[in-house]
Design a protein around this ligand. Structure first.
Ligand SMILES: Nc1nc2c(ncn2[C@@H]2O[C@H](COP(=O)(O)OP(=O)(O)O)[C@@H](O)[C@H]2O)c(=O)[nH]1
Ligand SMILES: Nc1ncnc2c1ncn2[C@@H]1O[C@H](COP(=O)(O)OP(=O)(O)O)[C@@H](O)[C@H]1O
Length: 204
């Protein structure tokens, strides 16, 4: 029986802790998943590895990828392009693997239109002040960029209603526990079990 994997979309404002939560799931082997590596025109931060954190490309290469239909979605965010290469996502899902996308809320909205069966999880900060402190603490952006990201977050939190689940990132451990519970439940949701059953009957 060809059981497709779950498309897990983890989204939320910049600085809310998406990367931290994702790393914790990986390091503690909370559940297995494949990570979709995005393409970006942003410059690598110290320690970031091409092909692992992102595919770091030129604006010209990014535009070519758009024109060739290589991207499931893309977005311009605070001056840079970010996009999800579509082919690896589809291959991994077909192979029965759960795939995690960690993308901004605009991207998540576009994925929702194309792949409505995905599981859309919105990670929220406990409050905006905490979000500001976390971005300052991370120390990778200037105060001006942080202000831009907080302004963006204010708007982004309003789109939470379009998601399936909201998880508060108060502590990383709590957020990870909630996400694990969501993934476990989705695997046994009647809708998915029936979809898999229908595919199995078709293949027979
Ligand atoms: N639409 C879209 N957004 C992405 C993609 N990859 C990353 N992002 C988002 O782009 C925003 C900026 O990412 P980045 O520069 O790495 O900053 P950080 O998330 O604050 O560490 C974040 O909200 C990411 O989730 C993608 O493939 N598509
Ligand atoms: N639950 C949490 N409690 C305290 N700090 C956190 C928590 N989650 C993330 N952080 C910190 O907040 C900052 C932003 O997290 P990051 O994972 O880079 O966010 P995002 O990927 O959403 O932009 C980092 O310095 C990270 O260590």
């Amino acid at each position: 029986m060809s059981k497709e994997g779950l498309l897990l979309v983890l989204s939320g404002p910049s600085g809310v802790g998406k990367g931290t939560v994702k790393s914790s799931i990986v390091e503690n082997k909370v559940f297995p998943f494949e990570y979709s590596v995005s393409m970006t025109t942003r410059k690598p931060r110290p320690g970031e590895v091409d092909g692992k954190d992102y595919f770091f490309v030129s604006v010209e290469r990014f535009k070519e990828a758009i024109a060739n239909g290589e991207l499931l979605e893309y977005n311009q965010y605070v001056g840079n392009y970010y996009g999800t290469p579509v082919a690896p996502v589809q291959q991994m899902l077909k192979a029965g693997k759960d795939v995690l996308l960690e993308i901004d809320v605009n991207g998540a909205q576009k994925v929702r239109e194309k792949m409505p069966d995905g599981v859309f999880i919105f990670l929220t900060p406990p409050d905006l002040h905490t979000l500001h402190l976390r971005l300052e603490h991370r120390g990778t952006e200037s105060e001006e960029v942080i202000r831009g990201r907080i302004e963006q977050a204010r708007k982004e939190i309003l789109v939470m209603q379009d998601y399936d689940y909201a998880v508060v990132n108060d502590t990383v451990a709590n957020a990870v526990d909630h996400i694990k519970a969501i993934v476990d439940a989705e695997h046994v949701s009647v809708k998915r079990v029936i979809d898999d059953y229908r595919k199995m009957v078709k293949e027979d």
